[in-house]
Design a protein around this ligand. Structure first.
Ligand SMILES: CC(=O)SCCNC(=O)CCNC(=O)[C@H](O)C(C)(C)COP(=O)(O)OP(=O)(O)OC[C@H]1O[C@@H](n2cnc3c(N)ncnc32)[C@H](O)[C@@H]1OP(=O)(O)O
Length: 331
């Protein structure tokens, strides 16, 4: 979801803490002005959303609080963030700076009871559901705003109508653990726009699961594909590890019958883009240049380097997380 790369992005984190649902809290990685409306140049007060703008009483109290805050800032000379705590519902991603309103919302959020969209993957452990953003505009917008706190180089939060979101749940539960977006009009035919695993659920293999699923989607559409670029540093770590494991397994299988291995063969087998394959091969230190008899150069793949990487990274024990029998892509 690139395009408005700089919109709402700040140089500094401007919210101290995100209370994410009732159980989790974390510090945002990036600042965002997109959650706020500027109440007035003179007041230099930032307020949350348009509801505050329309509600004069609350607006006044925010102004007062801000004046007091600024007085404090002037005396202490300490740089203050715009907000101490942003409360975000971990079912529907609506947000507020009012703890009481948040607690009330958490009692009645309708998303606790209902799951939107269509099930596209249903295994005993995980469920992936697709929502069409034009049908769920507020949900999509709130989730995109939330994404901006953890990812600065991508994600837009308006004009989302031509996106689909794929949300990941534990089967039988209604709280999403992560998602990825897909641009239906992607010129490059990317199978994934933005991926986010929510902080409480990271490093459990869920990012890998979502990526595997995104390739199942593009394979179903019979196209070679990959993620939208640029990747964030975490996105790069995730993808390179994933590509490397898959490529490594394919090369070790091929090496039993082939003496040389071409990148094109790996493209055909994996449906990964050649530049992504090259990145993974470089990461595994297995790409080398050799000169041909006509004086030109081409790239070769060192099976020895691949075997070494496979042993170090225990690739033999790596099994795909997405199982074909649980895919529901036809309808
Ligand atoms: C196309 C794009 O959208 S690029 C943007 C990617 N998204 C972001 O940067 C948003 C913030 N980050 C996140 O949401 C998450 O950290 C993600 C999506 C990048 C990764 O999700 P996770 O569920 O944590 O990934 P997962 O558990 O599958 O990790 C697989 C491997 O990726 C690598 N990896 C994942 N996260 C990290 C990290 N923070 N630091 C280093 N390596 C990492 C590791 O090799 C990891 O394997 P290991 O845990 O066995 O060491």
């Amino acid at each position: 979801m690139s395009g408005e790369r700089d919109y709402g992005v700040l140089d500094e984190v401007n919210i101290d803490k995100i209370q994410f649902g009732l159980e989790h809290a974390f510090t945002p990685l990036y600042g965002s002005s997109a959650y706020f409306s500027e109440a007035g140049i003179e007041s230099k007060c930032y307020i949350l959303g348009t509801d505050y703008w329309n509600n004069h009483a609350q607006y006044e109290s925010v102004i007062d609080a801000s004046k007091k805050q600024r007085k404090k800032e002037q005396t202490s000379l300490v740089k203050k963030s715009w907000l101490t705590t942003l409360y975000v519902c971990d079912y529907c991603f609506k947000y507020t700076n009012d703890q009481h309103a948040f607690q009330e919302h958490m009692e009645f959020c309708e998303y606790q009871e209902k799951l939107s969209g269509k099930t596209k993957y249903l295994s005993p452990k995980y469920t992936i559901r697709r929502i069409k953003c034009y049908k769920h505009r507020v949900f999509a917008q709130c989730l995109s705003l939330f994404t901006k706190l953890l990812l600065d180089n991508k994600s837009t939060f308006f004009n989302l109508d031509h996106y689909e979101f794929y949300l990941l749940y534990e089967t039988g539960k209604n709280k999403p653990m992560g998602f990825f977006s897909k641009d239906l009009y992607s010129f490059e035919k990317n199978n994934l726009g933005t991926i986010l695993v929510f902080p409480p659920y990271q490093r459990r293999g869920l990012g890998t699961l979502l990526i595997e699923f995104s390739y199942k989607l593009s394979n179903f559409e019979n196209c070679m594909s990959g993620p939208e670029k640029p990747l964030s540093p975490f996105g790069t770590a995730l993808y390179v590890k994933y590509w490397s494991r898959v490529i490594c397994k394919e090369i070790l299988k091929l090496a039993t019958t082939h003496s040389t291995i071409q990148v094109q063969t790996i493209v055909e087998l994996t449906k990964f883009r050649s530049e992504d394959i090259a990145l993974a091969l470089k990461f595994m230190e297995s790409l080398y240049e050799h000169s041909n008899s006509n004086g030109s150069f081409s790239f070769g793949v060192s099976v020895d380097a691949i075997s070494e990487w496979a042993t170090k990274n225990n690739v033999c024990n790596f099994q795909p997380l997405v199982k074909d029998e649980y895919l529901l892509l036809e309808y």
